[in-house]
Design a protein. Structure first.
Length: 239
């Protein structure tokens, strides 16, 4: 590391003053987030048609995915049919791999599940390889109304009332960062996410040209702890 790739050193009083100024902005951001969430809770909803998804025992109605709970959050996972695990979507892998602790969702009546774009058998093998604990379904042969022309790489939220299912919210793009706790943690560190689009001082480390923020040595980062292949430092951002 070079001294140029470090923040300016000041005394503690000056540091506290600068940090407190950011704190005021953070609190405003939090309050605005609370206001948006309040508006989100007041959105209308739309009833879902009688669609099915494919699980380990074949086609089941969307209602069954709730597992008896009142709400469902589904991640729509991109899939490249017939491709090996390392060639599957790194962004969807990044999003879903963070959802290892579901107790808090379940305590609030929310089931989390993945809806894969690909065949069930391929997705089930990937789920086992990754060690995922949540239910995995294929929507490859489902009614197109489920995806509703939005493409994959999205989160959709549902509410059930008896046997009726309603969609209450959906988000895509950077909206799915709600699942990526590592990104929110990295945002608190001095070097951030180290992605090339970030506004960082000159000399700050970042993912290099031709490299990918979600891949290491050609494999989605989350897969490396689940394979016996050796990991080298190639592709790791350097200071």
């Amino acid at each position: 590391m070079t001294s140029e790739a470090m923040p300016t050193v000041v005394d503690r009083a000056e540091w506290r003053a600068a940090r407190d100024a950011i704190l005021d902005r953070e609190k405003a951001h939090t309050h605005e987030g609370d206001a948006i969430a309040a508006a989100r809770r007041r959105l209308p909803m739309t009833e879902m048609p009688q669609v099915t998804v494919t699980g380990p025992h074949g086609a089941v109605p969307l209602l069954d995915v709730f597992e008896g709970r009142s709400m469902l959050m589904a991640y729509f996972h991109m899939w490249h049919d017939g491709k090996p695990f390392e060639q599957q979507c790194e962004g969807c892998t990044s999003s879903t791999c963070h959802m290892q602790m579901l107790d808090y969702l379940h305590a609030r009546g929310v089931t989390y599940a993945v809806f894969s774009e690909g065949p069930y058998d391929e997705g089930a093998a990937f789920r086992e390889f990754m060690g995922y604990s949540w239910p995995w379904y294929s929507v490859k042969d489902s009614d197109p109304a489920l995806v509703d022309g939005r493409g994959f790489g999205l989160i959709a939220c549902y509410l059930r009332d008896g046997d009726r299912v309603f969609e209450t919210y959906w988000t895509t793009g950077r909206g799915v960062e709600a699942l990526i706790t590592s990104y929110h943690a990295l945002d608190l560190t001095v070097f951030g996410r180290q992605e090339r689009w970030e506004d960082s001082p000159q000399g700050w480390p970042h993912v290099g040209e031709g490299e990918h923020q979600w891949r290491l040595n050609g494999r989605p980062i989350a897969q490396w702890s689940r394979t016996s292949e050796p990991v080298t430092d190639a592709g790791v951002p350097q200071l």
